[in-house]
Design a protein around this ligand. Sequence first.
Ligand code: FES
Length: 67
Amino acid sequence: MYVCNCNGVRASQVDAAIEAGAAKPAAVLAHHGCEPQCCRCLPEIAARIKDRQRGHIDDRAALIAAE
Ligand code: FES
């Protein structure tokens, strides 16, 4: 599934960039050598960043609770 149609960036590529440390939508695109063009994808990328960050927080909370 493409998240950014202008640059042909797929959801899996967005997630890989986030895992590599990209914390802003433009950084996600830059990770793949792209720049925002129409910017329609930026809210979706921002939502994926938030979901990932929330997931990491939930994972840490689960680890702490398990200790
Ligand atoms: S859809 Fe990503 S810049 Fe246009």
